[in-house]
Design a protein around this ligand. Sequence first.
Ligand code: GLN
Length: 313
Amino acid sequence: MTLSEIERIQALLPQWVESSREQCSIGKVASYIPELSKSPIGALGIHLIDSNGLSISEGDTDLSFTMQSISKVFTLILALMDNGEDVVFDKVGMEPTGDNFNSMLKLELVQPGIPFNPLINAGAIAISSLIAGKDPAEKSARVLDFLRLLSNNSSLDYDMDVYRSEADTANLNRSMAYFLKDNGVLQGSVEDVLEVYFRHCSISVTCADLAQMALVLAHNGKNPTTGEQLIPRRFVQIAKTFMITCGMYNASGEFAIHVGLPAKSGVSGGILSLVPGRYGIGLVGPSLNRKGNSIAGVALLESLSREFEWSLF
Ligand code: GLN
């Protein structure tokens, strides 16, 4: 009897989760957002859903964690849906930076002083200012509703402890936002824009929620069950391209070589990835490598991609 791919994944995952988990001890949990330093350093979980709704969960998949930078993929999509490509790409560029995700270096060095791409902090803050809504509360509610729709989970909500912890300590993001305002990139009140940004970073999810969102991207914006087009295909294409070129911060090139899938990571240790047309994948492993990506999560995705030849390249 030959096993289907999903049965083979199911058979291999328990041992791979355990061997990848060994990497956790050489990484560190994020601590610049004080609340994140409480994350369990040895945790690793993965949830994978296929197009027929079959799912596999292995490891610490009960863990809730905040989306952090993973949310930037979806605020980009929402900003594109609200404004169109021309307006969005007037405010952010399309190029990887090679710098850390919170760097401001190139903002001053390279004219016209717009963020290089929407997935670095400066770019995502600019994107937050483009979300439609009369005030930060309405803008934030639109982002949360959008993520509830994509994750098929109407109870998705903020982790207010993480939200406050970031809002109280975000001196670097705050300085960046004021710099962007001075450069004419941000409209309106800087603190209002930052509130929208900190809120979407603090949306609390599980691996299953991320896998569900990823499956919509894997199906070019369609609800995998009903076939309803939730996101215009073109905007999914743009989002997935940024995930390949900038989704794993300044380790995106290395990740493209070793894994070869669209992915986005967050400093909480979450990773959202997908195999186009086939799987949505959500992972968490709060122990991070020096570039800020989940150390065990990246190792596990490398094993999966190698074994099942998932690389797009
Ligand atoms: N909220 C985080 C920050 O702005 C998101 C960064 C990340 O996940 N890389 O620093």
